[in-house]
Ligand binder design. Sequence first.
Ligand SMILES: [Zn+2]
Length: 130
Amino acid sequence: MHEFGIAEAIVDAVERRANGRRVRRARVRAGVLLRIAGPAMDHAFAMVSEGTVAEGAELDLVTEPVRVTCRTCGHSTTSDDAFAVCHECGGTDIDTEGGDRLVLESIQIAEASHVPGHPRRDRGDPAGPY
Ligand SMILES: [Zn+2]
């Protein structure tokens, strides 16, 4: 269940960017090598975000492919699957690039009326000078 660690990283990033505002939706790009299981991720995110600005927010998970290059035959491809054997020559000397990132792509802020003390300035991101 390493999804909990990932969920914590996501909630952290969301909190920093939300700057105290309530978050309705968070879009995250996650490399395929992280092997995130969707349902487990949703569950972990719901638990970790409890009591934070991200509580009840929807998590949009976008899987980012990995680039795989075979050192034996030079075959290169991107894949949504973290395979370890070259499809061309069957070699196992594989180079991977990317596919292990976790990036908070965007957040959607809930209606400003739910956030007392913060006037309507929810368009900009990162937040302007307070
Ligand atoms: Zn190969």
